[in-house]
Design a protein. Structure first.
Length: 80
């Protein structure tokens, strides 16, 4: 797992699996500035959260427990 925080974009990306470059074949918009990337086999590759300074909603996020754990491990303005 790897977390990237971009303060200029006010965004966080949590990579759950390394699918390699171009592996994301489908992105699902969960609403509330939350997006999930899937590979061709339907595996979750990562989750992107935008406008994180307003908070992060993990409702309906696949593998929410793993995502929450990753978010707690990094300093950013929106605790999980």
């Amino acid at each position: 797992m790897h977390v990237t925080y971009d303060s200029e974009a006010d965004a966080i990306y949590v990579r759950l699996r390394d699918g390699g470059r171009g592996a994301a074949k489908r992105t699902v918009d969960l609403g509330g500035h939350r997006y999930v990337n899937y590979d061709a086999a339907g595996n979750v590759l990562g989750v992107e959260f935008l406008v994180v300074s307003r908070g992060i909603d993990l409702t309906d996020v696949p593998e929410a427990g793993r995502v929450a754990k990753a978010l707690r491990a990094i300093p950013h303005p929106a605790p999980a």
